[in-house]
Design a protein around this ligand. Structure first.
Ligand code: KIV
Length: 282
């Protein structure tokens, strides 16, 4: 990052200042080229542990390691000038207690240059959020559908319906009081998202949590249409890159097989002699 870029880079304080203002636009990124594109348009880039499912073909985020997060975090950092980079603490890297969380959060920030970490959980994480924040680590929290708890939640279902909404609202207030600078709300009913957004002083960033939130985040590969077989209700596909890539790869393979690629303009040096065919051989 250049000195001038550093001075206009978005900070966690800048994110907090956007509470109730123009909605925050946030996306995930896992690679340098995507980070460059997202940085041009978004306020916050999350190196999400969704990387495990999106890029590594894992069945859930539970198998994501610190090493994977660091590798992708470093790649994303190289693509950013302006947006705030937040990186996920992977499953198993923070739940034992504040000290373990601090060790791994500090490592993620030191080795990737991220400006903040994200962790999942409510009441059980209040002490950890306070501990990290007091020691120089800005924390974005994550409530509602918390994918690292998929085995406890019984699937990737909407959370906070009926009475359970009270629990999530209380968790949101406690996490905000503990010092988190933003809160991701995933797959919660819009009434609950509206209530939490009105009740806490930090921005809520919704994913499947309606326009009531202070900002929105999506997994970049979902909104770019990279997966033909995955279309959650809460995603709008802004492109069909999966379909386009499939057509491009099919056209390439057909061109190679038919001898249409490479063409003379793709070659170096003298034009090659035409390929001999079986019929010339005799
Ligand atoms: O890992 C992730 O991508 C997330 C979402 C909130 C986008 O946590």
């Amino acid at each position: 990052m250049s000195v001038s870029a550093a001075t206009r880079a978005i900070t966690p304080q800048g994110i907090v200042a956007r509470k109730g203002g123009a909605p925050l636009a946030c996306l995930t990124a896992y690679t340098t080229p995507m980070a460059r594109l997202v940085d041009r348009h978004c306020d916050l880039v999350l190196v999400g542990d969704s990387v495990g499912m999106v890029l590594h073909g894992l069945p859930s985020t539970l198998g994501v390691t610190m090493e994977m997060m660091i590798l992708h975090g470093q790649a994303v950092r190289r693509g950013l000038d302006r947006a705030l980079m937040v990186i996920d603490l992977p499953f198993g890297a923070y739940e034992e207690g504040p000290q373990q969380a601090f060790r791994n959060a500090a490592r993620l920030m030191a080795e990737t240059g991220a400006g903040a970490v994200k962790l999942e959980g409510g009441a059980a994480m209040v002490e950890t959020v306070g501990f990290l924040t007091a020691r120089g680590i800005p924390v974005m929290a994550h409530l509602g559908l918390t994918p690292q708890a998929v085995n406890v939640l019984g699937g990737y279902k909407v959370q906070g319906r009926g009475e359970d909404g009270e629990r999530i609202a209380a968790d949101a207030a406690a996490i905000a009081d503990a010092g988190a600078f933003a809160l991701v709300l995933e797959k919660v009913p819009q009434d609950l998202a509206r209530r939490i957004t009105a009740e806490i002083a930090i921005p809520t960033i919704g994913i499947g949590a309606s326009a009531a939130c202070d900002g929105q985040i999506l997994v970049i590969d979902d909104m770019l249409g990279l997966f033909a077989d995955f279309q959650p209700k809460f995603v709008r596909r802004y492109a069909e890159l999966g379909r386009d890539a499939d057509a491009a790869i099919a056209a390439y393979a057909a061109d190679v097989r038919a001898g249409r690629f490479p063409a003379p303009e793709h070659a170096f040096g003298d034009a090659p002699a035409p390929r001999s065919t079986g019929s010339d051989a005799g």
